[in-house]
Design a protein around this ligand. Structure first.
Ligand SMILES: Cc1cc2nc3c(=O)[nH]c(=O)nc-3n(C[C@H](O)[C@H](O)[C@H](O)COP(=O)(O)OP(=O)(O)OC[C@H]3O[C@@H](n4cnc5c(N)ncnc54)[C@H](O)[C@@H]3O)c2cc1C
Length: 293
């Protein structure tokens, strides 16, 4: 067997006390690292301490992930919540922390706090059609909800997954999209721009909404992507008759502590790290309209 990467020596353990514990990351080892697109990687992580359990999570939750010497970032969990296994997180490089996280090779270490936050309302959606709308990296926080729905397929009606990307090479998890289609999910895919190698649809993700198979009178919608995209998705879904209370969005806010102490991620009366990041659009929309909030 080819030798694997040589594990780095783990950093010295930090003494824990009950008061400081929520802010102290657990040491996790990178087991695998997969390149998804030019600037996006998926890491599979396991606790460094032998025999320590990987944190269980609900679809839509996130962790505070730290790259030592670089910083700490809120990153959604993108793995399968229905199966035991490593903690899976998909990260797009936008600055120093995400660059360092994505550069951590198998055998290297990162810090993990969490999981935190409230997740997608997958239980309340039972019995209804589900429409999932993802833009770019927004598919990563939605992937656990898709896994949940597939693992409990009989509990849901029709499931439509509508994915938009800036270009074909930026679409996340293309092989899984095919597998999900074969397992009974309607998968719609569109890109903003493409070259001749792309035979699929070109246009914004909202253009998929009028033709998608779901009953707006009872469906539940989950969406994640750039805020401007979610606004247009909300408008298109409401035009089809889906009320804002049954559309759920995952919001990104500047997040520091992740546990409701520092107030950086305040949105009106709530803290996104503690009460979100998933909110009904009927709650989020009026607050997002307030400039500078
Ligand atoms: C709940 C939550 C879940 C997230 N899930 C993921 C995920 O699954 N994968 C992923 O790649 N990223 C995710 N993010 C975004 C991620 O936290 C930021 O991209 C990261 O913190 C940037 O850190 P940095 O040091 O690399 O870049 P910085 O130097 O801090 O920032 C680089 C640029 O990104 C912008 N930025 C930084 N943080 C945010 C933020 N929270 N929201 C919007 N813009 C930001 C900055 O304004 C700046 O323009 C999530 C954020 C939140 C709040």
């Amino acid at each position: 067997m080819a030798p694997g990467p040589r594990p780095e020596a783990p950093p010295a353990p930090v003494a824990r006390d009950a008061g400081a514990a929520p802010m102290l990351p657990e040491l996790y080892r990178v087991l695998r690292r997969r390149r998804e697109t030019a600037d996006t990687w998926t890491l599979a992580l396991a606790p460094a301490a032998a025999g320590a359990p990987t944190a269980a999570f609900r679809p839509g939750q996130f962790t505070m992930l730290s790259a030592f010497g670089a910083g700490e970032s809120a990153i959604s969990i993108s793995g399968d919540p229905t199966k035991p296994g490593p903690l899976v997180q998909t990260i797009r490089v936008v600055g120093a922390t995400t660059r360092a996280l994505c550069a951590t090779r198998p055998g290297g270490f990162v810090g993990v706090r969490g999981p935190y936050g409230a997740g997608w309302p997958v239980e309340t959606a039972e019995g209804a059609d589900v429409v999932i709308v993802a833009g770019g990296i927004g598919l990563a926080p939605l992937r656990p909800a898709i896994h949940h729905v597939l693992a409990h397929r009989a509990r849901y009606g029709r499931v439509a997954l509508l994915v938009g990307g800036r270009s074909p090479d930026l679409i996340l998890y293309p092989k899984e999209l095919e597998r999900w289609r074969r397992r009974g999910i309607e998968v719609g895919l569109t890109v903003d721009t493409s070259d001749q190698s792309w035979s699929g649809r070109v246009g914004v993700v909202t253009s998929l909404i009028p033709g998608a198979g779901f009953d707006p009178a009872s469906a539940v919608a989950l969406t994640c992507g750039p805020e401007v995209m979610m606004r247009f998705v909300a408008r298109a879904l409401q035009e089809r008759g889906l009320p804002a209370s049954r559309l759920h969005v995952s919001l990104e806010r500047s997040m520091h502590c992740g546990i409701g102490h520092c107030g950086h991620c305040q949105l009106g009366p709530t803290l996104v790290c503690r009460d979100g990041p998933v909110y009904p659009w009927s709650f989020a929309e009026p607050w997002l309209r307030v400039r500078e909030l």
